[in-house]
Design a protein around this ligand. Sequence first.
Ligand code: DCP
Ligand code: MG
Length: 436
Amino acid sequence: MPVNALPHGLCRDCLTPAQTASRRCRSCGSPRMLAHAELENLFLAHIDCDAFYAAVEKRDNPELRDRPVIIGGGKRGVVSTACYIARINGVRSAMPMFKALEACPEAVVIKPDMEKYVRVGRQVRSMMEALTPMVEPLSIDEAFLDLSGTEKLHGAPPAMVLARFARQVEEEVGITVSVGLSYCKFLAKVASDLDKPRGFSVIGKSEAFSFLSRQPVTLIWGVGKAFTATLARDGLHTIGQLQTMERNDLMRRYGTMGDRLYHLSRGMDERSVKPRSEAKSVSSETTFNVDLSRAEDLVPVLRALSERVSARLKKADIAGRTIVLKLKTTDFRIRTRNRQLGDPTRLADRIFHTGLDLLKREIDGTRFRLLGIGVSDLTDAAKADPPDLVDRLSHKRALAEGAMDSLREKFGKQAVETGYTFGHGKAGQPQRDGDD
Ligand code: DCP
Ligand code: MG
């Protein structure tokens, strides 16, 4: 067999290609064989780490290896995740801690160390990015990979590349992953969950329809608790039932979700893998219903936009050093004004006050149809907003903003409004908003 020939099977331990579907590897005797008629034609993968937080803690403390481990019990008092030993006893993510300990009293409970998990998650992600630039992260421990067109580069088809990757993560990171390989996102994600932990499942085109027919409707992406209940009221429980229905009928009953049910139930999913592009700046802008010229109308809008930019920076765990104000006059002239800060920021308050300084100089009776605020020179959030000892007030403001963030997280966005946005700025109500 030439080096680049496409194997129909392979051993996941010693990575030897196998042309036939034997139960054990002829080379190393391992039973972890992977074989599928379409193995050489499938390129869309979903990779998800197994019991992620718990696996990282077990790696760092080998004494925990054979013990049930639960990560959680932080502020919310629920289980973040549990290792597979604890899961055998019925412990699950999002379960209240007291219930988890009822189910598994001998479990070792560990408080989450988010910084560590983010670090490990990034390490795994950069290993994925070494395989292909087409990596779309879904969360801290999972991503889609489109490996089409990488065969020449790797000298091996995607299935082999993925098996190699899984082994490499075990050796270099010290945790395990599960892989799903298919021809579309929906089934790749479903596949990665079929054989956890240390799994590798393949769903080919030939069996997709019959495989799906036996599954519950809850497997379909977007079918949550409420929608499952709606479908159950209509007597629909399995994907097989959806497969017998007309598209028009499903759409009439369930709107756009009906369209999704129609396609996904048949294994039709055209969504492509979208790598998260490195943003050069984060900004937000608004085009007004009526042109505005007065500070009292513009300032509340600036405040709201600053909050939005800040929220997005915080979510992405980044910060920026340059604040950019953008204005568009009624004759469509664009004015941009920049200011570089001493340290990068992601705080709404600093973005707003810097933007306000820039805005004040532009208020001279000119009528504006658009206002935007953004942050560029992006960096990691770790360097952002050091406690400012000189300006105690700004430090206090940063703390207050942290407190507002946690309130918002708890009670929703509307719970906390600052003096600038609350009840102001009706005239500046957006006609059209845009984020970049
Ligand atoms: N997580 C959490 N709260 C939840 C679900 C998950 O804090 N309700 C965290 C802990 C998990 C991590 O996110 O370790 C990844 O989530 P997964 O859903 O991928 O769960 P695990 O990786 O823990 O387990 P699995 O092997 O099922 O993927
Ligand atoms: Mg996981």
